[in-house]
Design a protein around this ligand. Structure first.
Ligand SMILES: Cc1cc2nc3c(=O)[nH]c(=O)nc-3n(C[C@H](O)[C@H](O)[C@H](O)COP(=O)(O)OP(=O)(O)OC[C@H]3O[C@@H](n4cnc5c(N)ncnc54)[C@H](O)[C@@H]3O)c2cc1C
Length: 422
């Protein structure tokens, strides 16, 4: 008997892995999924829509209890794994359950980072990561009127928009001078800021938080320049930390994440890992696309496909706020690359493509995201676009005919900036 697969974590990665295993290696494994959160699996990405009131609770489920039962997968929920005995090939849960495994998959994800500010333990100070967090946030909107969000990345902006949509007056505090600094350049960041200001969100950029005030619950956030921002609710959206403690305590190789190779093996070949908890080729991802690819590779290998290897993922970002079109992929602010820029401030349209050696290495689209996936494909396939360079910014319709009619040429020019302004 060599077929007991135990999956630790039933977030996006664990849930996707179960589906992939059932599809690609059917009837080969007796699968048990153990999750810390209560209930079946839900799509964490959609928590922003749930907070904004754009979706209802059942709409974000991916695998409910009935799904697990129907597919013959055992689900142990609300009971985290607290120990792995690698010699005995067993996992132990908080409630004392002991389960044998032949293959173990760690999909423990990440948790939200909390800034160690004085007052951080006060009621009303909240992170934005789980379904429970969203339920707490939504109930806080019923009794409070003002919120402060710390963090001007994707998550902080989606939290700010969601709370605004629920009628709160929101101020967003961000250390940098511009928004989404990991995905946007300053020009696109400014366009985004203006669009969100028009929706009523107030910004305090280039400032840091010093302390949280309050007696029974949060009352205000103090900034480093002395500004006091009154708040009935304070949301911290300042980053994530991979959940590696279980792996570390089990003696697996751990750096920032659980270190895996191209086969997604940890330092113990019977234990694989995927999702936000892993570090692959030095990279820890914080998005779902990489974990979907990893889940497929994991299942293909389980099914015996030894050619299946994971080589890393291109990261893309989109803000899930209706009415704001934004797409960023690859090297958005590539040093040493050439930049092609189209800028139409009146229409609120901005496009920037970064090129290196005749290939697109990064794409940033604001205001009009037509062709976003085509640009993504150009980055992924490393297609030489030199023949279409003069019209590339204007999209696939104009560029594709040139690419197909002219032979590919090689470009080795020095970095330069080419800009079209309207
Ligand atoms: C509000 C929000 C919006 C997002 N929007 C986007 C987006 O638009 N696009 C995008 O690409 N990404 C987005 N993300 C990120 C995306 O949700 C994550 O990349 C993805 O959910 C990671 O999946 P995961 O399974 O690796 O980790 P998680 O989803 O964190 O799941 C890990 C699970 O493992 C459980 N666990 C941990 N330790 C144990 C243990 N010892 N025993 C048992 N269970 C354990 C955890 O409780 C959790 O349920 C968003 C995230 C949030 C919070």
């Amino acid at each position: 008997m060599n077929n007991r697969l135990v999956i630790v974590g039933h977030g996006n990665a664990g849930a996707r892995a179960v589906s992939e295993v059932l599809t690609r290696a059917p009837d080969q494994f007796k699968v048990t999924v153990i999750g810390e959160e209560r209930g079946g699996s839900y799509n964490r990405v959609l928590l922003s829509s749930l907070l904004a009131g754009d979706r209802l609770r059942p709409e974000i489920d991916t695998h409910d209890r009935a799904w697990f039962a129907e597919h013959g997968v055992d689900l142990i929920d609300g009971d985290p794994v607290i120990r792995i005995d690698r010699a005995a090939r067993q996992v132990v849960t908080a409630s004392g359950l002991i389960l044998d495994y032949d293959r173990l998959l760690l999909a423990t994800g990440s948790r939200a980072t909390q800034l160690p500010l004085p007052g951080v333990q006060l009621p009303g100070v909240q992170v934005f990561r789980t379904l429970d967090d969203v339920e707490t946030l939504v109930s806080a909107t019923a009794s409070g009127s003002s919120a402060v969000v710390i963090g001007g990345g994707l998550l902080g902006l989606e939290a700010a928009c969601g709370l605004t949509q629920r009628g709160m007056k929101v101020t967003l505090v961000h250390r940098s001078q511009s928004l989404m600094t990991q995905q946007l350049d300053a020009r696109a960041g400014t366009l985004l800021q203006r669009a969100l200001e028009a929706r009523g969100i107030r910004f305090c950029l280039g400032r840091s938080s010093r302390s949280i005030e309050g007696s029974a619950r949060v009352e205000a956030l103090q900034l480093d320049d002395g500004t006091r921002l009154p708040a009935d609710l304070l949301v911290m959206a300042v980053g994530i930390q991979p959940n590696v403690e279980l792996a570390r305590a089990s003696g697996l190789t751990v750096d920032r994440g659980i270190v895996v190779d191209d086969q997604l093996h940890t330092s113990d070949p019977r234990i694989d890992a995927l999702g936000e908890c892993v570090q692959h080729r030095g990279v820890c991802y914080g998005l779902v696309a990489p974990l979907y690819q990893q889940a497929e590779i994991f299942a293909r290998r389980l099914a015996g496909d030894t050619a299946a290897n994971y080589h890393g993922s291109l990261t893309t970002a989109q803000l899930k706020v209706s009415g704001i079109d934004l797409f960023s992929a690859g090297e958005f602010d590539a040093e040493g690359a050439e930049s092609l820029i189209f800028n139409d401030p009146r229409q609120g349209i901005y496009r920037r493509l970064n090129l290196r050696h005749g290939c697109v290495v990064g794409a940033l689209l604001y205001g009009d995201v037509t062709d976003a996936f085509w640009f993504q494909e150009l980055i992924e396939t490393k297609r030489n676009i030199s023949a279409a360079r003069p019209v590339l910014l204007f999209g696939r319709g104009l560029a594709e005919s040139r690419l197909t009619s002219e032979p590919e040429s090689r470009e080795t020019e020095a970095p330069q900036l080419q800009e079209f302004s309207v």
